[in-house]
Design a protein around this ligand. Sequence first.
Ligand SMILES: [Zn+2]
Length: 152
Amino acid sequence: MANTNHFMKLALAEARSAGARGEVPIGAVLVLDNAVIAKAGNRTRELNDITAHAEIAAIRIACEALGQERLTGADLYVTLEPCTMCAAAISFARIRRLYYGAEDPKGGGVDNGVRFYRQPTCHHAPEVYSGIAERDAADILRKFFQLKRQED
Ligand SMILES: [Zn+2]
């Protein structure tokens, strides 16, 4: 699991960078054959694009770089449980494994909410591993929202 943590650390760094840009601090890293093929944080505010979640941003970067629409065999590391939109994009991209940090009971779509991968309309489900560096991932989000409340 040493490598797993290494990639999650990179995702946490992406989350912190996103927070520093005033975005909700969520980060994602895509790995293929043990090499990082994309790193991204949330960019919804910067791009005025609600689909620019970290996971989708990373998928776009990787697909562009590889010149293909699917990422068969790739593993995604993301600091928070993906939402329904991202869970579906991960499925459509044929990602092999999903590693996520903190659960998101309010907005998640993997182990909460619609539980997309357990639905008959889901035609590819990645293997899911949750709770990777969970405390760090949750801390980054909690601190961000604490600061935001103080600013309001
Ligand atoms: Zn999402």
